[in-house]
Design a protein around this ligand. Sequence first.
Ligand SMILES: [Zn+2]
Length: 287
Amino acid sequence: MNVYYTPRMLGPPQASSPSAHKPRLVVESWLALAPKLNLIEPAPVTVEQLCLAHDRDFVTGILAGRLLNGFGNTSRDVATSLPYTSGAMLAAARGAIAQRTATIAPCSGFHHASFDEASGFCTFNGLMVTARVLLTEGLAHRVGIFDADMHYGDGTDDILAQTGETRVEHCTVGENYTDPSQAETFLQRLPMMLRRFEGCDVLLYQAGADPHIDDPLGGWLTDEQLALRDRIVFEHCAARQLPVAWNLAGGYQEPLRKVLDIHDHTLRECLRVYDPDGASGWLSSSI
Ligand SMILES: [Zn+2]
């Protein structure tokens, strides 16, 4: 199982969102669970690739530290990390397509980033950057984005509207499902929701941790329901040989261990489906 990670994805130590440091902590936690995970260093995306999804003045202003990033500051350290977070998502998607399997990018901070504005801890929309690069290069003719974060992926919808891109199938769970009373209905409907990605060459899956019922910014799915969400997605993709690249998105519980546990559960569900023989070392080490 390939995980696309580099320490260059990390934000500065003083960043105001846990997502800035989460990649390293998540990867450490995953390696304890599956010691033979294959870590691959992603290349950063280029300015031209970022401009496929964003306004050029916005891209250059962010990278130069002139415009406010998703944390509401102009930190050069954040700016330096951003091409690597989107780069991890792109590399994971490329890997998923090439090997027709599941891959992982331990990154966050994408879906509130709109065409020309950062918002809600999100600066560049790595989902849309990835989709547009794949479509431009002809590696995909249609890209699915299944955004299972707590919150509506408004930035993704904005970029789709501003660029006129019609080759992306976008489903954002937070648009319609936010309450514990909807959990059972959501899980029952999920297989049907995923059918809209038929015809896509790859699925980008945001396995958000903030829908957890105890999350201070979320609150509607239990541990078991989150694990079932992930299982349904991975089983759906595997049964249809739909390559899937997944990432983290939000998760704000404290201590952070609670969020890491949710990401561990997602990894477990992925490994159950895609690594049943335990090549990643997870069978002997974890359960
Ligand atoms: Zn969120």
